[in-house]
Design a protein around this ligand. Structure first.
Ligand SMILES: Cc1ncc(COP(=O)(O)O)c(C=O)c1O
Ligand SMILES: N[C@@H](CCOP(=O)(O)O)C(=O)O
Length: 470
């Protein structure tokens, strides 16, 4: 499989190059030249397979020769061996036709582990094959950072720098990142929002000199490998509910649009998906764009679901690329307008094409808390605040169409947000035992100004030091 940039001005690459490149050199996002199709029989044959095997089957057409034959199966088996649930991503029914897909059984208790545990293994192998080292820089609103740190800690081929918004992640989320003592891990508390962190990350990727100097690599969902690994649980859960003979809808707590984009890709690959429901918190830019066609940046509002406190949803660019007939000139024009005037407008036919497949539902903190309470009272199930926005979107859909099952993605474990849960239902969900030490361990992080040059200088100094060349 070959990959092209959404902005049309970067070289076409093979999977392993895309894996190591992260963002395309023209600022665009890599996407496959065409989506591979899984025939109905191949989808049906996923039933009953271990998650790791299903993952290898689904991902194989995307990786081509890079991880051919048994190599991919070995990587997926390794990636999911440490999950705390044998099914990796189990489904739980909480109401009529309403199912929760638990994606938080990985080491850091968030859906990010599903892709990151595989990405870490793939990247390490690709770097070893090429005899390279890399400097991974990641932006996080709380969960990607911990998942990346867990996947890459202690490896000598990589230095990891994680930028998170200072004082805007939960205590558990912060400690999952800042208490890790490995020398190759560097956590940066940025005096800004996640959007600021992601803007710095993209600026670093656009600086060709810096990129080459430090061997820059990215593990956010701007990296295509993250998206493709996230398609797997759409297949496994849909098949468990009767797919491909029966369609399901998916309600997805959304921020950077990487998770729901994976659902869109699964649908393009042939999985019968009815509706893709974008669930947002008060940072509702995606709900607003679906309502009006105007993608308009506003200041980020802190909420009970901090990982979704995002306005610039990077992967929306990949969706637009497909919805605009894969025309990079139109993407360049929209992204240029976003940079210059903090907004762009979609043409009526583009908006109609998006609405044909997606709905959106935003929930403020009160509504999120009410959903946690409602679900707990009705079924005893404890949702985290991110998952609660998804379940609320799912209930709204079921009120319109009770016959089609809806899978709501539970993207984080409630123990990551104990204060919000306690305020809602009067109980503090305990942290799984393996994470208990982080509550006492010493924290290490550097507070940096929201400024590209400051962050670049910090990374340069530390990355060199780690290589013994300072
Ligand atoms: C717990 C949780 N839910 C939902 C999201 C949103 O996912 P995405 O950014 O892929 O839209 C995130 C962050 O990405 C998250 O950490
Ligand atoms: N919510 C995310 C934001 C980054 O998302 P990614 O999927 O693009 O890595 C987080 O928790 O960091």
């Amino acid at each position: 499989m070959r990959y092209i940039s959404t902005r049309g001005d970067a070289p076409e690459l093979a999977f392993e190059d895309v894996l190591l490149a992260g963002l395309a050199a023209d600022g665009g996002l890599y996407t496959p030249v065409a989506y591979p199709r899984l025939e109905r029989e191949a989808i049906a044959a996923l039933a009953g397979l271990p998650f790791a095997q299903a993952s290898a089957n689904i991902i194989a057409p995307f990786v081509g020769e890079a991880f051919s034959g048994s190599a991919l199966g070995e990587l997926t088996r390794g990636a999911y061996a440490g999950f705390r649930h044998a099914a990796v991503a189990p489904l739980t029914q909480i109401d009529d036709n309403l199912f929760v897909l638990e994606l938080f059984h990985g080491p850091t208790l968030a859906f990010k582990d599903v892709a990151m545990q595989l990405l870490g293994r793939m990247m390490n192998e690709a770097l070893a094959r090429r005899g390279l080292r890399a400097t991974i820089v990641g932006a996080t609103s709380g969960d990607t950072g911990a998942a990346a740190i867990e996947a890459f800690r202690g490896l000598d081929r990589v230095d990891v720098f994680i930028l998170y918004p200072h004082e805007r992640v939960s205590n558990v989320q912060r400690r999952q990142m800042t208490t890790i003592a490995d020398d190759n891990i560097h956590t940066i508390a940025l005096t800004g929002s996640f959007d600021d962190a992601q803007a710095i990350l993209k600026a670093l990727f656009r600086d060709q000199r810096f990129r080459e100097e430090v061997g820059l690599a990215g593990v956010n969902s701007i990296n295509w490998a993250r998206v493709v690994a996230q398609t797997v649980y759409y297949f496994t859960s849909a098949v468990a509910l009767g797919g491909p003979l029966r369609a399901a809808s998916f309600a997805v707590p959304t921020g950077n649009f990487g998770d729901i984009l994976a659902g869109f890709v699964a649908k393009r690959m042939g999985l019968p998906i009815d509706r893709l429901l974008i669930a947002t918190n008060a940072n509702d830019i995606l709900a607003r764009v679906l309502a009006s066609g105007a993608y308009e940046l506003r200041a980020v509002t802190p909420t009970l679901s901090p990982s979704m406190d995002i306005q610039i949803s990077s992967n929306f660019e990949r969706l637009l690329f497909d919805m605009l007939g894969r025309d990079p000139a139109q993407i360049r024009a929209l992204m240029g307008s976003l940079d210059q005037s903090r907004r762009f407008s979609l043409a009526p036919e583009t908006l109609a094409a998006i609405r044909a497949e997606f709905d959106a539902c935003s929930s403020n903190d009160e509504e999120t808390t009410a959903e946690i309470v409602r679900t707990f009272r009705a079924s005893g199930y404890v949702l985290d605040p991110h998952g609660a926005t998804g379940v609320r979107a799912a209930r709204r859909r079921l009120a319109e169409d009770p016959a089609t099952p809806v899978v709501a993605l539970a993207t984080a474990h409630p123990a990551k947000f104990p204060d919000a849960i306690e305020a809602a239902i009067g109980r503090r969900p305990p942290l799984p035992e393996h994470l208990a030490p982080i509550l006492e361990a010493r924290e290490r992080f550097s507070v940096l100004d929201n400024d590209v040059a400051t962050v670049a200088a910090f990374i340069r100094a530390r990355a060199r030091a780690a290589r013994g060349t300072a």
